[in-house]
Design a protein around this ligand. Structure first.
Ligand code: COA
Length: 172
């Protein structure tokens, strides 16, 4: 694995349902470059899906916010063999025993099971810290994201929020 060894010191090996293995490590506070690198690997459609609207670039404040890690903000970064750059990030923001989640996989690595496996791991970690419900805002036609959320939920509820769906996933 060619990615920065330091960054991978707390990495765990995850396996997709198709049997592909990849590494996931916790993001550290202030990793703006990691966030930017993954953003650069998202096409226009994926950016729109991730940010619920057009997002040609990230402002400095958005970058700072997305690279923020503390007691309530957590993220996992994924790497695959022979690619030194991050291929996916799943991120959650905790509020009490709930958390808002968002995730993205680089365009060239989508539909290989990485989004499902990475999000499932982040949710398992969240559950272990007492989080019982995951919320996510997704476009109503984003069937891949909805499928990812369906997989992590014990019960799923959804309601319209403008042109998007607010999905509430119980995880206990
Ligand atoms: C949503 C996203 C993270 C899913 O990650 P992924 O690695 O591509 O998805 P997976 O390969 O794990 O597949 C997840 C499910 O979506 C389905 N899926 C994958 N790609 C799909 C596509 N293009 N269209 C429809 N369904 C698709 C898979 O069949 C799977 O369903 P299953 O669990 O019923 O088998 C990824 O597509 C992405 O980054 N999209 C842009 C950002 C985004 O939409 N984020 C979500 C809002 S925060």
């Amino acid at each position: 694995m060619a990615a920065d060894r330091d960054n991978l010191s707390h990495a765990r090996r995850l396996v997709t349902k198709e049997g592909e293995s990849f590494l996931a490590r916790p993001m550290r506070h202030g990793e703006a470059r990691t966030v930017m690198t993954l953003f650069d690997r998202l096409g226009e459609k994926s950016r729109r899906a991730r940010f619920n609207g057009p997002k040609p670039c990230l402002s400095r404040s958005e970058l700072r916010r997305l690279a923020s890690v503390d007691g309530t903000h957590r993220a996992l970064v994924a790497y695959v063999e022979d690619d030194p750059q991050p291929v996916a990030i799943a991120r959650l923001v905790r509020s009490g025993d709930e958390a808002e989640i968002a995730f993205a996989v680089a365009d060239e690595y989508q539909s290989r099971g990485i989004g499902s496996a990475l999000t499932a791991q982040l949710v398992a970690d969240a559950r272990a810290t007492g989080i019982t419900k995951i919320n996510a805002l997704v476009a109503r036609d984003n069937s891949a994201a909805i499928a990812v959320l369906r997989r992590i939920a014990t019960r799923l509820a959804a309601r319209f929020e403008g042109s998007d769906l607010l999905i509430e996933a119980a995880i206990t």
